[in-house]
Design a protein. Structure first.
Lengths: 115, 525
């Protein structure tokens, strides 16, 4: 039972790690890493939804008889990965600008807006 | 007059035109800035025209489907699929059409304005790319009928908005605001994706109508609902998830802020769509309705009290935007709280929803107008600081007139449109719970007080020596503001016409889940 649910346990663990990183870390790069981890958790969740024990790739030409894994969650995951790349790239480019302008990427320095 | 090809394919075209133009704009800018202006302005004009054509078609003939990749654009359920809509589709019902009208008007006014206001800035190629991507994202979000597609357009919108908020780096301060906005909206978007995964796991469907038909309101559905409400309430700037709003609104270029207001309302649309079309009466309507009402009241009160002490005119307006979002949540929340109880719904529920929805369109117009006037002032004097302004009424007469129109509309003074929608909210909410209505009126008075102060410190008084040479802003910027001001006045003068033709169909479409499902899956649903 635990073994069957292992992917979902991993999803929960990854989500918690991701959220904890985002909330607790003070370094921008680490916060962005936390977001990436959270994203992986969601991607893992989507892929494991579509997995069927012993299923084969859902390619219908010349497919042998038997169970297939669901194709839709894989398509969703691919899309989500692509969006994730764009997100990470934009976040990192923000980090570069902050480093250039403030000389630090600790969020303690992100205070100028408050003044 | 309008070729049938355009009418038939309008849902696809309104997304494709800005999307393609977004990537042509930087190349056109290499030839000459004038060419780029022509491409961007032309593309936006075409997009707005197509969007309005589609919206009027929806209002005339009912919900429009557009199924991508099907033999016929309206063939939602292929004959060999076993009654399941398998393709990505756009489902444009009157509620979507209302959001399309808002986006078309605002985005066109904003483009007209920014072609002049941004003329002297660098990096305009990417500015217009991101701008048109934002428009694409908003239009897609409000018209899609596929929940994963909604997520994709939401992300297009978030990424483009974050890029534009950071656009004028401004010593890094704008980037701070963009980081705040983007980290939050990414986490929100991931929460929505998680909820989508839950729906797919439970119901094997991504089509909103199909999910709506099958939804059971199990524990998992409640989790998904919480994730989606939290994410979208954050994205529309409701208290207590509002703290990105003043930063992002005040640091973005003013023309972008006017569009960010529309973007926030697209998120609000997503929230209402989820609650009404996806769940409807399966959820505990009173409980979720009260949740939304409380979010609304908090937003109203906290927004306006935070607005009063602000020194930066755009931060002040941003807090007012939060406060006005509260009215929409309040109105529609009251409608939700009495959902399923037909006598109460007829007595005041529909009216509350109509008020809330009418306020969405009014808010987009007057708040966009106010942000554009703030941008016009910045364009001439280079500061948003209220303490350094004064006496501008002598030189910037048109801007002053537009500011007065916007300020009176937001404060709910007749005969402007804010009054019309607020009156509907007061009346109907009073029937539901008088205390809420009183709070709403008090917030309105505080809003008026705040704007009287702002008006006085910007425009009144003697001409300050440093602003002796200030002139009125150029014609195209005035034209952009003029479009919005005209809408504010027209909607204020003929509110009953607008409510009957635009708002009431939207409110009924939102409340009636069966109609939404039937439009996609067929009468048997």
């Amino acid at each position: 039972m635990v073994f069957f649910n292992l992917p979902y346990v991993a999803v929960v663990v990854l989500t918690l790690i991701g959220l904890a990183t985002i909330v607790l870390k003070r370094n921008l790069i680490k916060i962005f890493l936390g977001i990436t981890i959270l994203e992986s958790a969601v991607n893992l969740f989507l892929v494991s939804l579509g997995y069927r024990e012993g299923g084969i790739a859902p390619i219908y030409t010349n497919a042998p008889e038997g169970l297939m894994v669901l194709p839709t969650p894989q398509a969703l995951t691919l899309t989500s990965i692509v969006i994730g790349v764009a997100t990470t790239a934009l976040l990192l480019s923000f980090a570069i600008i902050i480093w250039k302008k403030y000389g630090s990427i600790e969020i303690g320095f992100l205070r100028r807006l408050k003044e | 007059m309008i070729p049938p090809f355009v009418v038939d394919n309008s849902p696809a075209l309104m997304v494709i035109v800005p999307f393609v133009a977004a990537f042509i704009a930087p190349f056109a800018g290499r030839a000459a800035p004038a060419v780029r202006a022509l491409v961007v302005g032309g593309a936006m004009a075409i997009t707005s025209a197509i969007t309005l054509i589609l919206a009027s078609d929806v209002y005339a003939h009912g919900t429009r489907l557009y199924v991508f990749g099907a033999q016929a654009a309206t063939l939602a359920v292929p004959p060999d699929s076993g009654g399941i809509p398998v393709r990505i589709m756009f489902t444009v019902d009157p509620m979507s059409a209302l959001m399309l009208v808002i986006t078309a008007i605002s985005a066109f006014a904003v483009v007209l304005y920014s072609l002049t206001s941004e003329r002297h800035h660098s990096g305009l190629g990417s500015y217009y790319t991101l701008f048109l991507l934002m428009v694409t994202g908003i239009l897609g979000m409000v018209s899609t009928g596929d929940i994963f597609n909604f997520f994709v357009f939401l992300e297009i919108l978030s990424i483009a908005s974050a890029g534009l908020i950071a656009f004028r780096i401004d010593g890094g301060v704008a980037v701070e605001a963009a980081i705040k906005y983007f980290v939050l909206s990414t986490i929100g978007a991931l929460a929505i994706l998680f909820a989508i995964g839950i729906y797919y796991g439970e119901y094997n469907a991504l089509n909103m109508a199909l999910i709506a038909q099958r939804i059971q309101f199990t524990l998992l559905d409640q989790l998904a609902l919480v994730l989606i409400i939290a994410a979208l309430a954050m994205k529309c700037g409701a208290v207590p998830m509002h703290f990105w709003t003043p930063d992002a609104y005040s640091m973005a270029p003013s023309s972008i802020t006017a569009l960010l207001v529309v973007a926030s309302q697209a998120s609000l649309y997503g929230l209402f769509r989820t609650v009404f079309s996806l769940y409807n009466i399966t959820l505990n309507a009173a409980c979720v309705g009260w949740l939304i009402i409380i979010l609304g009241v908090l937003s109203m009160v906290v927004g306006v009290t935070m607005a009063i002490p602000q020194k930066n005119v755009k931060r002040l307006m941003a807090y007012h935007a939060i406060s006005q979002t509260g009215y929409m949540l309040l109105g529609v929340g009251v409608g939700l709280a009495v959902l399923g109880n037909q006598p109460l719904l007829d007595a005041f529920g529909y009216m509350a929803m109509e008020g809330g929805i009418f306020h969405i369109i009014n808010h987009a117009m007057y708040k966009g107008l106010l942000f554009l006037t703030a941008g016009a002032i910045f364009f001439r004097i280079g500061t948003y600081d209220l303490n350094r302004m004064g006496g501008l009424g002598h030189s910037m007469k048109w801007t002053m007139v537009f500011f007065i129109i916007g300020a009176l509309a937001i404060a709910g003074i007749p005969p402007f449109n804010g009054f019309a929608s607020k009156l509907m909210i007061y009346e109907s909410v009073f029937a539901f719970n008088p205390v809420l209505s009183v709070i709403a009126m008090v917030v309105s008075i505080l809003t008026l007080a705040s704007f009287v102060k702002v008006f006085h410190s910007i425009f009144m008084g003697p001409v300050l020596p440093e602003y002796r040479d200030v002139r009125e802003v150029p014609g195209p910027m005035l034209a952009g503001m003029g479009i919005l001001a005209l809408v504010v006045i027209v909607f204020g003068l003929f509110p009953s016409v607008v409510v009957e033709t635009l708002v009431a169909p939207a409110a009924h479409a939102l409340a009636d889940q069966g109609m939404y499902i039937a439009a996609v899956i067929g009468g048997g649903a």
